[in-house]
Design a protein around this ligand. Structure first.
Ligand SMILES: Cc1cc2nc3c(=O)[nH]c(=O)nc-3n(C[C@H](O)[C@H](O)[C@H](O)COP(=O)(O)OP(=O)(O)OC[C@H]3O[C@@H](n4cnc5c(N)ncnc54)[C@H](O)[C@@H]3O)c2cc1C
Length: 377
């Protein structure tokens, strides 16, 4: 986005202070007496650090990044590896795609990044070849990967096919350092096998919030570069990604959701805002019960569980049943006129004010940004 427009932006990750009422407050101006969030939580200074001294073995975690970060499913695979690793085992994570975050709190002892192998650039043969080179060099005891749809599930199965002499399990829902379990017979039985060489983990198998942190030491980039896609040609011709309009995808798959609660009176304004952001529409149970939205839009304990990277909650109080449905959303932004509403504590950024007027202002601002982008093009 261009910096030439006049929209004032606040970095939601900037230093903040937790107020007496539990609300996170970002303050412009002097930040000297405010807690540096990045310094304490990302680097895990408050947690014990797991440091395998002179590791005798390694386990490898492979995952694609999504816009410079590992998503929660990938972090769960990393957490599983870190929890199962003994004092002599180092956890190496191979990140395919750009990485712009620190993985010490995610449990990585060593980090290898191959930025060129972004999941948007479909080149599975090159990914397999790079992964095999790294596997041959690291000789991991086990390989852990998230069994997802953004490339890791696919790559994991290709790797399984490359090592027919090794054991593997997909869709693993439970594991410990002896065995893994996955559903069989249409989900009516659990199949138990000994911990295999390649483990593809289903989502929510492990809690990604670890009680310890790790060194997250970046391995020599030349090591990664030796194996990169730069020198290898894929047999696939990548024709690029086509974005499906938010209106045509299931709420569970949506990356950006604009969601309405009882505080939204004008559904037309909300629909216009969602359309201008190309976001899917969700709603609280009260808004659905009120007849403003159809039942399939309901998010929460008795509705849908969503995993959007941005969830814009407008006029939603944040009752526990609603919060249950958005627990896996990466960034929550709340618009509410009550700064003591529970959603404010869950939100990464809150705008306190009237829903209708803020929505109108947002629609105007987005239109301005779009038109200046068009003029500049
Ligand atoms: C068994 C059970 C299951 C449930 N399942 C679900 C579920 O799946 N999903 C779900 O959502 N709920 C569920 N609920 C209901 C839940 O407990 C809450 O009642 C509901 O989520 C509240 O919806 P709301 O936040 O939209 O409405 P309210 O609680 O009425 O909150 C409205 C919010 O909008 C704000 N507001 C009002 N006017 C404005 C304005 N003009 N501008 C800005 N802000 C404004 C208010 O400050 C308030 O925070 C369930 C309840 C039970 C008992």
């Amino acid at each position: 986005m261009s910096d030439e427009n006049n929209i004032k932006r606040i970095n939601p990750r900037r230093a903040y202070k937790i107020m007496a009422d539990g609300v996170k407050r970002i303050v412009l101006g002097s930040i000297s007496d405010f807690v540096a969030h990045e310094a304490t939580s990302h680097h895990g200074t408050n947690k014990p650090v797991r440091t395998p001294s002179a590791p005798k073995a390694r386990v490898l975690v492979i995952a694609h990044s999504d816009r410079g970060m590992l998503d929660d499913h990938a972090r769960q695979a990393l957490a599983a590896a870190a929890i199962l690793a003994d004092a002599n085992t180092a956890v190496v994570v191979l990140v395919l795609g750009e990485l712009r975050e620190d993985l010490s709190n995610a449990g990585a002892d060593e980090v290898l990044v191959i930025a060129e192998l972004d999941y948007q650039t479909f080149q599975p043969d090159v990914e397999v070849s790079c992964a095999k080179t790294i596997i041959a060099s690291i000789v991991p005891k086990h390989i852990f990967m998230p069994d997802n749809l953004i490339g890791d599930g696919d790559l994991g199965r290709r790797l399984i096919a490359c090592y027919p002499e090794k054991s593997a399990a997909t869709h693993v829902i439970e594991l410990n350092n002896v065995q893994v379990a996955n559903y069989q017979l249409g989900g009516t039985s659990l199949a138990l096998t000994s911990l295999p060489y390649i483990v593809l983990l289903a989502a929510d198998t492990t809690d990604s919030r670890l009680a310890f942190s790790a060194a997250a030491q970046k391995l020599d980039s030349t090591f990664a570069n030796q194996n990169t896609a730069k020198s290898q040609k894929s047999n696939y011709t990548n024709l690029g990604m086509q974005t499906i309009s938010a209106a045509n995808i299931a709420l569970e798959e949506a990356d950006f959701i604009v969601s309405a609660g009882n505080g939204v009176d004008n559904v037309t304004t909300l629909q216009a805002l969602a359309a201008s952001l190309d976001a899917a529409i969700g709603a609280s149970r009260v808004a659905v019960d009120d007849g403003k939205f159809t039942r399939d839009k309901q998010i929460g304990a008795t509705g849908k569980t969503v995993t959007a990277s941005t969830y814009l909650a407008i006029g939603i109080s944040g009752a526990v049943q609603h919060l249950q449905g958005i627990k896996d959303c990466r960034h929550v932004i709340a618009i509410n006129r009550d700064n003591s509403a529970p959603i404010i504590k869950r939100a990464d950024l809150s705008v306190i004010g009237d829903a209708e007027s803020i929505m109108q202002e947002l629609i105007t601002a987005i239109a301005q940004v779009k038109s200046s982008a068009q003029e500049a093009a």
